[in-house]
Design a binder for this molecule. Sequence first.
Ligand SMILES: [Zn+2]
Length: 331
Amino acid sequence: MKALALDLGGSHAACGVVEDHRLVDCATFDTANACSLRAVLPRIAATFARLADGARWKDAGYSGLAVGLAALVDARTGSVLGTNGKYDDASQIDLHAWSRETFGLPLALENDARMALLGESYAGAAKGFRDVVMITLGTGIGGVAMIEGKLLRGAHSQAGCLGGHFPVILNGRPCNCGALGCAEAEASGWSLPQIVREWPGIAGSTLSRHNSVGFQQLFAEATAGDHIAMAIRDRCLAIWATLAVALVHAYDPELIILGGGVMQSAAAISPFIETYVQSHSWTPWGKVRVRAAELGNNAALLGAVPVLMANSRIADHLFIQRGDSSVTQDE
Ligand SMILES: [Zn+2]
């Protein structure tokens, strides 16, 4: 299947052309300061036009456009259910009409983290596994679940995609979701600078020489032997490992995939979390494996084909339902 793929994360827009398991071409641009999705759409259209020199997509055999959006999304109806400060106008835009008018293609919508897990499942580290949790460690923390080969969705499409908001500390730091002590509030890109600023004795640490501390600086200073950097790094590892255990007990995976920008330091992260999970999870059937994601920033783009395939299944199924009211929807 040939498809267009669009990954609209918190800080970037990635436009890709995929053919089955292969990313044929892609281009990315920065959207860190973009609040309105409507304002970004023309640039997306122009980027896709450049990728294939303005090809007529439908005539060229493309099946559709799959969009992964950093928002709560109902893939079954193709609608945006909730946003959190990014692309807050998304629910007011008819993206399906935009795609038809711009590319002549049907559009399938999915949450970006779910689409990344579909990508890893289709063409990456989770290939061949049916029960998988993916944790994305970046500006925020994504945590999505696939059970028996299907993405977990739930009554309001929120099930299994808010793993970063599992509380790991009682009375912990306030999170942007309204809860306290979420994994994301205790060890993510957005919360790290404040954690570092407030750490006792930080003035004596090499971290205090950095204007803004991200995980790259934290891991580098810890590796260089700074004791406070080591302590903060170890606390973050413990938070992520605690979250991983919670997700194992919640979703019963056989595999945990770790993705996101923080995984540039994968060698320090994956073995620690795997050892912790295998020591602290109750899994009488065996040991949960922990692997680094293989597709990096392209995971969501490579989820395009499974997203579109699921979407056509949904369409077929709804068609059957209209013809036979006794058929129950299973997706
Ligand atoms: Zn939260």
